[in-house]
Design a protein around this ligand. Sequence first.
Ligand code: AMP
Length: 175
Amino acid sequence: MPIKSRIRTIPHWPKKGIMFRDITTLLKDPVGLKICIDEFIKRYEKKDIDIVVGIDSRGFILGGAIAYLLGKGFVPVRKKGKLPAETEKEEYALEYGTDTIEIHKDAIEKGQKVLIIDDLIATGGTAVAAGKLVKKLGGIVVEFGFIVDLPDLGGRKKLEQHGYSVYAQTAFEGE
Ligand code: AMP
């Protein structure tokens, strides 16, 4: 398990009860980083993709590398208030309260095939909102790609129920 074994777990961070899956230990290892990015490229190099979207903020690290190697452009989906030009916004529920993510209105053209990347899928709230933003601009979501799936939190199922294809390199279940 070259990828999973390089991911560090920090119990009770950022709050009690959360098992934080820290991918910085994977990314700092040149072998780990290469295996991770190469696996994404192996999966996507033959797929019909026009553009890569990365979700704030770890999705930027992965999405940037993936877009570059696929020879495609990169688009950030950011937490609210960070993007300078006109944006589309999508609000989603958190455990307590709500959050909002944004995308530049001119970031994706109608009919473009979009790969959406983030480091981890937990409840799926962020990913579903990102999918809605892409659709608002007329983009077609080809797949969601993650390093880590946390099946106990149901995010992957939620995305699949929305009709999306989901890929994750590894999972932490019941641990
Ligand atoms: P969610 O919207 O619940 O799917 O949360 C996804 C986002 O929160 C991802 O961008 C992750 O980076 C972060 N996240 C949520 N839970 C964890 C966790 N247990 N370990 C690491 N990151 C997490």
